[in-house]
Design a protein around this ligand. Structure first.
Ligand code: ZN
Ligand code: ZN
Length: 97
């Protein structure tokens, strides 16, 4: 069973058995972040990544964040892994409670 590690702002003490629990933790316990492309305020972690890649093009992301191709690929990979594994609906429902 893989452990999911938070890693936001060097938070290495928080790890979870379920991706859903990690995502709730990231959205509930960490400050929201402002998107550097459009200024929208979104939960940190998966939701920030999803916002960046669903709402903006790669080129916009790279320009705004001064990100390398490796960083972009790493984030796309995280997004894919999370979407393959986690029940995003459950997370959204829990955050809305
Ligand atoms: Zn954390
Ligand atoms: Zn944005």
């Amino acid at each position: 069973m893989p452990r999911w590690q938070c890693a936001i702002d060097g938070d290495d003490s928080a790890s979870f058995d379920r991706a859903e629990d990690l995502m709730v933790h990231q959205a509930a316990e960490h400050d929201r972040v402002e998107c550097k492309v459009c200024g929208a305020v979104v939960p940190d972690g998966y939701f920030a990544i999803r916002h960046a890649f669903d709402e903006h093009s790669r080129a916009e992301y790279v320009r705004a964040y001064d990100a390398s191709a490796t960083e972009v690929r790493r984030r796309e990979k995280i997004k894919e892994t999370v979407e393959d594994t986690a029940d995003i609906r459950e997370v959204v429902d829990r955050l809305n409670e």
